[in-house]
Design a protein around this ligand. Structure first.
Ligand SMILES: [Zn+2]
Ligand SMILES: [Zn+2]
Length: 320
């Protein structure tokens, strides 16, 4: 399983890269998914100003944000990519569906890209490193940040090849189905707030307002929080562990990212179910995995002992 062995690969080959059949269409769709929520945010701001916003809109925003974010963090990332815990087939499908509704791409492609990110972290071959090939000085730093945040979604020369990086998921019929029907889950994630807005408000205006907050604004915020893990968490923050990449822990991003911002911890121990490794390192995704375990829905949960952590400290134990 090449993607599960971090920093063992030497250099990317043709075999590592997923070819793209319709690059232009793909770029247009990606552009739409990025730009439309921004336009929607403008309308949202205007609405707040005009006091058109109803409490139900904020409830929908929060509920769908948390649900789809956990689909990505607990599902796409910690379970499917790194296998940090095992769970039932039903939970796997639910997590893949929720992650799909976050509109960050089909589950198998997301996993292939992310396993390749770990295999080549901040070296040539990393799909979204802010540090490779962007030049020196502040211009290079800015270019690198933009590429890692968003730019990489528009280039396809370093995507993880699905058959090489995610053969386990391609072999799973249920997950292949959710992957193939990605657009259905995207639409369902938008139809739900629209429908609930209509039911609770009784008119098309309320339905559209709910769609705006529970759909577009929710997507926008989660996108940029996820993108920030790739850009900010490889540039700013503290490094507790000696890793061969530039991953960092960024405390202020921990809550909105559901614990993913403890990114240096994560690169040091990719299979750990928890990314927060101290009591104060807030990690809602780890709490969810703990709850699944307590109810018997998760098992073989990977935890890293303090002794194992201390062996990876860059300085003598206790000083970081
Ligand atoms: Zn990373
Ligand atoms: Zn990861």
């Amino acid at each position: 399983m090449p993607g599960l062995e971090p920093v063992t690969a030497v250099a990317p080959t043709r075999d590592d890269i997923e070819p793209v059949a319709h690059e232009t269409v793909d770029r247009i769709v990606t552009g739409g998914a990025v730009v439309i929520p921004f336009l929607a945010l403008g309308v949202a701001g205007w609405q707040v100003w005009g006091r058109a916003l109803r409490p139900v809109d904020l409830v929908l925003f929060l509920a769908l944000y948390v649900a789809t974010a956990l689909g990505v963090t607990v599902g796409y990332h910690r379970h499917f990519t790194h296998r940090s815990f095992k769970t039932t087939r039903a939970v796997r499908v639910i997590l893949a569906v929720l992650g799909s509704a976050a509109v960050e791409g089909p589950v198998i492609s997301w996993v292939a890209d992310h396993r390749k990110h770990h295999a080549f972290s901040d070296r040539e071959g990393d799909p979204h490193s802010p540090h490779v090939g962007h030049g020196a000085g502040w211009r290079g730093t800015l270019r690198g940040l933009l590429h890692a945040h968003l730019g990489w979604l528009f280039v396809h020369d370093q995507r993880g090849k699905r058959s090489r990086y995610a053969p386990d998921l391609l072999a799973d019929r249920a997950i292949r189905f959710v992957d193939r029907t990605f657009l259905v889950w995207v639409v369902a994630g938008l139809a739900l707030p629209f429908g609930l807005g209509y039911v609770t408000g009784g008119s098309l205006v309320e339905a559209l307002t709910a769609l705006l907050w529970g759909g577009a604004v929710r997507m926008l915020v989660l996108h940029h929080v996820t993108f920030s893990i790739n850009s900010l968490c490889h540039t700013f923050g503290r490094r507790r562990f000696a890793t061969t990449d530039e991953s960092r822990n960024l405390a202020w991003l921990a809550l909105p990212s559901m614990g993913e911002a403890w990114h240096n911890n994560h690169h040091a121990f990719p299979t750990s179910a928890a990314h927060g490794m101290r009591r104060w390192e807030i990690d809602p995704s780890a709490l969810v995995i703990g709850a699944l375990q307590a109810t018997g829905l998760a098992w073989d949960v990977q935890r890293i002992s303090r002794e194992r952590q201390e062996r990876r400290y860059p300085r003598p134990a206790g000083t970081s």
